[in-house]
Ligand binder design. Structure first.
Ligand code: SF4
Length: 313
């Protein structure tokens, strides 16, 4: 069946049922096109919190659906492909966090929103790539420490340490996003030569050497807003994050030019959700296979660091 036809069927079924569709910017473009809301993981979860619909279809990866479940315990959160998992989140377990705490008493634990619900439940505060620097400063000041424990992304920890001046002890040293950490100095040099008048935007999950060669470092939402608010005619951007964001921007800003820094910027895990699966889920809303439900006792503990982040950001 043609993609357009599946999209039309989804839009019709969605109207007839008690459903809201949330999609991350890294989702395949045909899923982005039929979503009720698009955005980064936390922004979407916040929206999910406000919906009056009982079924939330979260087109993203596992930790995003879990966050939606933590914030919406009375609603049914569904993920189109239960195998859409984030390998970066898998770098840190709740037991590991406990071990780090024992070895580093008195230090606050900051965990990236890209982590499992069980890990969030063991933390003092969550952060996103947009607010990590601010959160590190605030929580270290509250605990009166010059260091924090930070996981699971070692590159975001490094970036937060650089910008805040507070030591961010990595949990673990090797935690990374395979998509962003693949970008190299050579990729940056090549794109600069190919598009000398372009602004180069990269994500803080990139390695330090790559970040240092960029014109702007920010989250997906910050990149999107920078492009949106740029009023220069014939503006030109090189994008250093998963290609789904660039596909979104190409559609939303047809008068601007975009170049993907590298063809490697593809998250296979995000792309496990397909338009066909979205259509299938709409016919199987009560099939437990698609449901992501964080157990109430973990959800209760994990909600606190999320709420604290919202208060501090
Ligand atoms: S882009 Fe990176 S952090 Fe995001 S889901 Fe894929 S692997 Fe995880």
């Amino acid at each position: 069946m043609a993609v357009k036809q599946i999209q039309e069927e989804i839009l019709t079924l969605k109207k007839e049922q008690d459903v809201v569709i949330l999609a991350h910017y890294y989702q395949p473009i045909e899923i982005q096109e039929i979503a009720d809301h698009l955005g980064g993981s936390l922004g979407l979860s916040r929206l999910a919190n406000k919906t009056d619909k009982n079924y939330i279809i979260f087109a993203g990866v596992d930790f995003m659906a879990e966050t939606a479940s933590i914030l919406n315990q009375n609603k049914k959160v569904l993920i189109p492909n239960p195998e859409s998992c984030c390998p970066m989140a898998a770098y840190l377990t709740a037991d590991k966090v406990k071990e780090y705490r024992i070895n580093n008493p008195n230090l606050p634990v900051v965990v990236y929103i890209n982590s499992t619900a069980a890990v969030k439940a063991e933390s003092d505060i969550c952060c996103t790539s947009a607010n990590a620097v601010k959160i590190v400063k605030r929580i270290s000041s509250e605990f009166n420490t010059k260091a924090v424990l930070f996981g699971p992304d070692a590159n975001l920890a490094d970036y937060s340490e650089q910008k805040s001046g507070i030591k961010c002890i990595k949990m673990p040293e090797e935690g990374n996003c395979y998509v962003h950490s693949q970008l190299t100095i050579e990729d940056m040099e090549k794109i600069r030569i190919a598009h000398p008048k372009s602004q180069i935007l990269v994500h803080p999950e990139c390695i330090r050497e790559v970040r240092e060669l960029a014109d702007f470092i920010g989250s997906t939402g910050q990149m999107y807003n920078l492009v949106k608010n740029n009023t220069t005619l014939e503006s030109d951007f090189c994008i250093g994050t998963e290609r789904g964001l660039m596909e979104r921007m190409v559609q939303d800003f047809p008068n601007k030019n975009f170049h993907l820094i590298s063809e490697k910027l593809l998250c296979y895990n995000m792309k496990k959700n397909t338009i066909e699966l979205m259509r299938y889920v709409l016919d199987h809303l009560d099939d437990p296979m698609f449901e992501v439900k964080v157990p109430p006792e973990i959800a209760k503990k994990a909600l606190k660091p999320i709420e604290k982040m919202l208060e501090y950001s």
